[in-house]
Design a protein around this ligand. Structure first.
Ligand code: SF4
Length: 373
């Protein structure tokens, strides 16, 4: 899944148009000063854009999708057809909010490699924030070179996030992304060493800011002062920071040697009830009609169980199940159906066009508790 929704790179007019750009007094390039920004459309990146816009910098915003925003995972599970349209809409909305062209780029397939083995480890859950930032900035750097832009900017604030926005991490990210000296963080630049664009006067450092910490007070005041009222609210956040998701992810990856995960599995981890029956077998029980339909539509290559005489969930059986495992999966399916209090329940297990009908006793809550991931 790769999307590259382009919006033309339109110059922004302003008081800071440059015809000649110099480094240490030498003319190195001619034309306007251009920057590429990593933008979410949230308050911080909106302010970063506003600060640079006042200096007449020409900007292109890039909004990378690593595939783990909860909204995106939910759409891929329950309304996949809407996802592409949603991405086009996001580009348009961000463009309107920020007042600069914005591209939305889906990098979710490529991101999986990083997620399995992040060089700088995970945060509190399975969020590889430092590697994530490096990955996005490297991509932005390629784009910077292709566009002939002069630097990259972000809306980062020193000390705002525990893993990736303390001074050491910010310096590390800058170095490892190959952007040393070419990364400007307008909201906290005055607390950092001056970058090349600041030293050379491509950007007026004195107009950049010194915001730090987790409080949003200064950003809110600044937004009010600049008349900014329209900015995107965080859209559900990054699922990789979620405890439940992290547990399921670790279980899946830890059950494989070598560790692996597919994009479709990352969607699957975001829905249903997950139960590990043994090292080789895991089941996923749909919680509602939408999740049942997702399992039937995208996972029909694996055995799927459902009750026959009463409404109930669809259960995906993954791995290499024995006959005993299938019976257990069927009894768990019965437990989550409307027949959970019946002494015996008929469950059908379908695979590759064949059907097996089992009569089972619904599993007890204690038993289920043992397997829940
Ligand atoms: S919270 Fe998620 S999207 Fe944000 S830097 Fe960390 S891993 Fe990347």
């Amino acid at each position: 899944m790769k999307t590259d929704l382009r919006v033309p790179f339109v110059p922004v007019s302003g008081p800071r148009s440059r015809d000649v750009i110099t480094v240490q007094g030498q003319t190195v390039m001619e034309g306007r000063i251009k920057a590429i920004g990593l933008v979410s459309g949230g308050l911080d990146s909106t302010l970063a854009v506003a600060v640079l816009k006042r200096q007449g910098i020409e900007m292109l915003g890039i909004h990378f999708l690593n595939g783990f925003s909860s909204g995106m995972l939910q759409r891929l599970a329950l309304a996949r057809d809407e996802e592409r349209e949603r991405q086009a809409q996001t580009a348009q909305e961000l463009s309107e909010i920020l007042g600069i062209p914005v591209e939305v780029i889906d990098v979710s397939e490529e991101y999986l490699g990083l997620l399995l083995a992040p060089r700088h480890g995970y945060g509190a859950n399975v969020n590889p924030c430092i590697d994530c930032r490096i990955f996005m900035l490297k991509k932005a750097k390629v784009r910077m070179e292709r566009e002939g832009a002069h630097f990259i900017f972000t809306g980062e604030v020193l000390g705002q996030r525990p893993m990736s926005q303390h001074r050491q991490a910010m310096e590390l990210v800058e170095r490892r992304s190959g952007l040393k000296d070419l990364l400007v963080r307008p909201l906290c630049a005055k607390l950092l060493k001056p970058s090349l664009p600041e030293r050379e006067g491509w950007v007026r450092r004195e107009e950049l800011l010194d915001i730090q910490g987790r409080s949003r007070r200064r950003q809110i005041e600044l937004a009010a002062g600049l008349g900014i009222t329209d900015y995107a609210q965080p859209a559900g956040g990054c699922t990789l920071t979620d405890d439940n998701y992290a547990r399921r992810f670790r279980d899946l990856v830890g059950s494989r040697e070598p560790p692996s995960v597919t994009r479709e599995e990352t969607v699957l981890l975001s829905i249903g009830r997950h139960l590990r029956i043994n090292r080789n077998v895991k089941i996923v029980v749909g919680r509602d009609k939408g999740e049942n339909m997702y399992l039937e539509r995208y996972w029909s290559d694996s055995p799927l169980a459902t009750t026959i005489d009463y409404p109930g969930p669809t259960t995906l059986i993954q791995g290499d199940p024995s006959g005993e495992d299938i019976v257990l999966a069927a009894s768990i399916t019965a437990r989550y159906s409307d027949a959970k209090r019946q002494p015996q329940v008929r469950v059908v297990v379908r695979k590759d066009g064949t059907e097996e009908i089992l009569t089972v006793i619904p599993a007890g809550d204690d038993e289920i508790g043992r397997y829940r991931i």
